[in-house]
Design a protein around this ligand. Structure first.
Ligand code: F6P
Length: 360
């Protein structure tokens, strides 16, 4: 193994730089290998100056930095890239350019740090001959093949702190405070932050809720003298018989943008005579420095991805299983996305301590 490339696809997550740093250090220290960074997801293969050498100097000091020094592209599906041609927007397949780029640069491996979408395209690129290794990333923690993705712990801590802060103002003003959190189709952030931050109601995509059940909890608390309530709501939560709430429609390039369920819930609470406010935590959950847990996990993934490349373990993803770093085929890792287990310990525990999921 002489040369490897690294790219960060999809939305960013705290810990991407820690993976890049660990991969570069491992490649240089252990394999005397050259490393190149591909800028802005797969786009770097198509752009002038899109590929940059990564040495010890380039990764110095990046461990605690959020974001990604390589840039990310959330619309970076190489099989459906939108461009303007003759004044018209058209979708093109640029996967052949990536294959050519890898050959031109004599790359022996490409480490792709991404979520579900990026890892799916990674598997397809392998089938076209690109020697790919996947590294799972997302604050949503919803990739099936691994126990945990880096970025999740940081987002969870930020969400928990937000709930702590909302508590004091909720109590002072006797209000129901709704915190809308990230989590498209998986409610791990809202569930774990909700339990850790003492929420009274947790609404997640996996458990469609009833507005009236949510109110039942708020009323019961008020009757016992607690005239404030805290609600942790995933952006992807939906009422029974209803759909998710979007702030922007999807198109060929972008997936639909979720947002607004917090406001819907808060308005219902107000319509029932309880004062309510909504906070949308948004990208604050993705920005800033990673926690120690995420730095450690990201570093282990980065080093393991390079060791896997050196063994020729392509079309595979590094993963954590039973606390140890291992690897599995990309196709298997992305086949079934991870969701909150309704009969799992975390949900049962939340119910045991009186948290409502708005379904009873
Ligand atoms: O998948 C991670 C995630 O943060 C989701 O929780 C959220 O719905 C989405 O990305 C937001 O994406 P964008 O940054 O493109 O708005």
């Amino acid at each position: 193994m002489k040369r490897i490339g690294i790219l960060t696809g999809g939305g960013d997550a705290p810990g991407l730089n820690a993976v890049i740093r660990a991969a570069v250090k491992t490649a240089i220290n252990e394999y005397k290998c050259e490393v190149f960074g591909i800028r802005n997801g797969y786009d770097g293969f198509l752009e002038e100056d899109g590929i940059v050498p990564l040495g010890m100097n380039e990764v110095r000091g990046i461990l605690p930095r959020g974001g990604t020094i390589l840039g990310a592209a959330n619309r970076g599906n190489p099989y459906a890239r939108k461009i303007i041609r003759d004044g018209q927007e058209v979708t093109i397949d640029v996967s052949d350019e990536i294959v050519k780029g890898m050959k031109r640069l004599n790359m022996d491996a490409l480490l792709v740090l991404g979520g579900d979408g990026t890892l799916h395209s990674a598997h397809e690129l392998y089938q076209k001959g690109v020697p790919i290794i996947g590294v799972p990333k997302t604050i949503d923690n919803d990739i099936g093949g691994t126990e945990v993705t880096f970025g999740f712990d940081t987002a969870l801590n930020i969400a928990t702190e937000a709930l702590d802060r909302l508590h004091t103002t909720a109590e002072s003003h006797h209000r129901a405070m709704v915190l809308e959190l990230m989590g498209r189709d998986a409610g791990f952030i809202a569930l774990q932050a909700g339990v850790s931050g003492g929420a009274d109601v947790i609404l997640i995509p996996e458990i469609p809720f009833k507005f009236e059940s949510t109110m039942k909890k708020i009323r019961a608390r008020a009757e016992k003298g607690s005239k404030f309530s805290i609600l942790a709501v995933s952006e992807g939560a939906k009422p029974q018989g209803g759909g998710q709430v979007f702030s922007r429609k999807g198109d060929e390039m972008y997936v639909p943008r979720l947002g607004g369920i917090g406001q819907v819930v808060a308005e219902y609470i107000e319509s029932q005579g309880f004062e309510s406010r909504v906070t949308v935590l948004g990208h604050i959950q993705r920005g800033g420095t990673p926690t120690a847990f995420d730095r450690m996990l990201a570093t282990r993934y980065g080093a393991a991805a390079v060791r896997l490349a050196a063994r020729g373990g392509f079309d595979r993803m590094v993963a954590q299983r039973c606390g140890e770093i291992t690897d599995l085929p990309l196709e298997e890792a992305t086949a079934i996305p991870k969701r909150v287990q309704l009969d799992g310990d975390a949900v049962i525990t939340a119910r045991n301590i009186g948290i409502s999921f708005g379904d009873e």
